[in-house]
Design a protein around this ligand. Structure first.
Ligand code: TMP
Length: 259
């Protein structure tokens, strides 16, 4: 079988050329990294779960009018997406203090923030994705003021929707990371949501127990990573009750046989 052309390999995903111009195939790996890839590991089955969870969330966001790059899921590990020009900014949305915000500002993890906070990081692994402000974005031309307005507006809409979605299944959406891209219609660049939304880039805490159901299990050596991701998928209604692992194993097996 002719192998597709690889366009880009990131820490958790690979992008391949898509079947039509303007499309790409996004492949979800099981690789996990933390602390700017200083810590590396594998979470077996993570790619399958993230592909499914991200498909679900992007579909729901599309249904409420949030423009996204998602077209459709192709198989257990791949989805068809629109090719975008990635805006080199990671947008962090925070509802509850945790992680680097707690460390930086000395606010105890779990403290409800007085309002939702948006932070921006410059997407550059070699620099460790440093935090930046609107001033840097404008000065260096990473995005226009109008684009930043659209990005902030979309980030808040995504947060409002996802906070409610997760609250409905007993999960607190503590914080998460978004990436956006530009698509060109004639000479006009439009901002759409890109990348993925999965437990890799969100903090998701069980509302009753505060148990972490996200990549902090890996970052902090808590164990039970795949079980946590499965629990998120299960509560979202994406896995049948019981026998989740069996379902994943069978699917992987089918995929390996090329069906
Ligand atoms: P932080 O507390 O480490 O800044 O992370 C905030 C949120 O953003 C958390 O949900 C994890 C997510 N995130 C990523 O997805 N990728 C990253 O590179 C970083 C630093 C954070």
């Amino acid at each position: 079988m002719a192998r597709r052309r690889q366009i880009y390999e990131g820490k958790a995903k690979i992008l391949y050329e898509g079947p039509e111009p303007g499309t790409l195939i996004q492949y979800f790996k099981d690789d996990a990294t933390a602390f700017n890839a200083q810590k590396k590991g594998t979470i077996n089955g993570k790619g399958v779960l993230n592909n499914r969870i991200s498909e679900h969330i992007f579909t729901l966001l599309g249904n409420i009018g949030v423009p996204t790059h998602f077209i459709r899921r192709l198989n257990m590990r791949e989805q068809l997406i629109r090719q975008v020009e990635i805006v080199p900014i990671e947008v962090i949305v925070r509802n509850v203090a945790a992680g680097s915000l707690s460390k930086r500002l000395g606010i105890e993890e779990g403290t409800q923030l007085p309002r939702t906070i948006l932070e921006y990081c410059y997407k550059d692994d070699a620099l460790g994705d440093p935090m930046i402000s609107d001033e840097h974005i404008a000065a260096f031309g990473w995005a226009s003021q109008e684009e930043m307005h659209d990005i902030a507006d979309l980030a808040i809409r995504v947060n409002d929707f996802l906070s409610g979605l997760f609250a409905g299944i007993g999960i607190r959406l503590v914080d998460f990371k978004l990436e956006f891209g530009r698509i060109w219609d004639n000479d006009y660049g439009r901002i759409i949501l890109a990348d993925e939304i999965s437990p890799d880039g969100c903090r998701l805490w069980d509302m009753q127990t505060n148990e972490k159901l996200d990549k902090d299990r890996f970052r902090r050596d808590l164990g039970g990573e795949v079980e946590a991701y499965q629990e998120v998928a299960r509560r979202l209604g994406l896995l049948p009750e019981g026998g989740e692992t069996a379902v994943l194993d069978m699917a992987e097996h089918r995929e390996k046989r090329g069906k």
